[in-house]
Design a protein around this ligand. Sequence first.
Ligand code: HEC
Length: 108
Amino acid sequence: MIERFPGLLLLTLILAGCSADEHDHPELVSGKQLYDYHCAGCHREDGSGLFLKGVPANRDTDLSAWQIMHKVKEGEEGESESRMPVFARMPEQEATRIAVYLKQLGRN
Ligand code: HEC
């Protein structure tokens, strides 16, 4: 089936490659792996942010793990102009792992 539609496959790959919300990565399991993949591009691996690009540090955020999870998946309540992408397709379990990892990162 896929061999018969190479164009479709290519298109899917292109679309997926452009999206920050790419969710086909069974090889990523731990909170660190998932964070590095989805978040570090903006917030850096150590969570210190990219000041020049207007990305704040997130390692010492006041948000709780639950609030981080919510922000990542749905955006923060009452915050209409956030420049942070919403990862609507991210599975809850994955968002939880990332949130827990981030809270732990802030403690070090
Ligand atoms: C495209 C860049 C980008 C990506 C990718 C990104 N963020 Fe953000 N993040 C931002 C920006 C910009 C802000 C500041 C605006 C806001 O709070 O929405 C922010 C804010 C935050 C905050 C609030 C920090 C504070 O001051 O309390 C947390 C927590 C956070 N991000 C976590 C994450 C997590 C977890 C991921 C990965 C799932 C992620 N971010 C991916 C750009 C990004």
